[in-house]
Write a protein that binds this ligand. Sequence first.
Ligand SMILES: Cc1cc2nc3c(=O)[nH]c(=O)nc-3n(C[C@H](O)[C@H](O)[C@H](O)COP(=O)(O)O)c2cc1C
Length: 348
Amino acid sequence: MDEEPLSDISRRKEEHIRICLENNVVYDRMSNGLEKVQIRPSSFEELSVNDINLETKFLNKIINFPILISGITGGSKKGKEINEIIGKICQEFSIGMGVGSQRAAIENPELVSTYQVRHIASDIPLLANLGIAQLIDEYNVNDAENAITMIKADGLALHVNIQQEFLQSEGNKDFSNLKKSISQLIKELKYPLIIKGVGSGISKKDAEYLMSLDIYAVDVAGAGGTNWAKIETYRNPDPSIKLMSSEFLNWGVSTAESILNVKSVENKRNIKVIASGGIWTGIEAVKALLLGADYVSLALPVLKAINEGGEKTLRTYLLSYVTEMKCVMALLGARNLKELREINPIIR
Ligand SMILES: Cc1cc2nc3c(=O)[nH]c(=O)nc-3n(C[C@H](O)[C@H](O)[C@H](O)COP(=O)(O)O)c2cc1C
């Protein structure tokens, strides 16, 4: 595989990684909104950090923390290295993991191994990944199940990234069959389905639609973290795309508001809520859980940590993240996730 020229899809995935590492790809006119969530530490809770237990279940597997590493990559040698590091560390911390879009492996089965991590991460909940654009255009339930089985995943994350596709020269510009394709997939897929954004958030109207579906979870991927509109304007050589307004490139529903939108809708099926979009510190994770999320998920800092110092730096970053979460919990007097949910945050 080393000498193989990269396919267009693999090249695009590598370009995304390079752009994320070399440029400012974060929202510059919007925050994740979590600074508006106020929590008050107490000094008299008489808890030890060792009393804090953040254990929960995701896709029927017990995990030590309500944390998932979002789908980032695969489809190239570099992607394989990154996935293997993430897999190893997720197994060590006992948290969930997603791989990046598996389109490259569906088109070219030689690339399947670049997404496989089960030999390193045998116990963690693992998510396969495909995009809505391919599902509308060319893929069917067999491709979705192929994505899951090729990596022995526990479910599929389907990313809905319309603004991103609009800004890619090669992107899909026609989403007229979007809901029909989703309904068909839900009807036929034998595995749990998670619908995720990629960083522009969920409006109240979209929350109502999503919570009416028979799916396992919604990942809000709110605005305020990685900004895919910006990433695609770095990539696209078209001068008219480069002139897109800063307002359009900083458009979306913040992560905090997205969580609240999803939580405001009746949830008869007990659809799980994954909060992501700039949840890059332990205190932000606790705030997202206080707003009602069941799990948090993160991508960009994971990629940056691996780039900076591989497995060792990622381990240190996550250790700091979970230690911060535990300290905040102890200062709030919450021993576990159930006790945390009983605390009402103040939202400014
Ligand atoms: C380099 C990179 C590649 C990504 N590739 C995918 C992908 O293939 N599929 C997907 O669903 N999301 C992808 N994402 C989006 C993340 O899964 C996540 O939803 C988003 O970045 C928001 O999280 P963050 O703010 O913590 O980065 C990617 C993110 C990054 C940084």
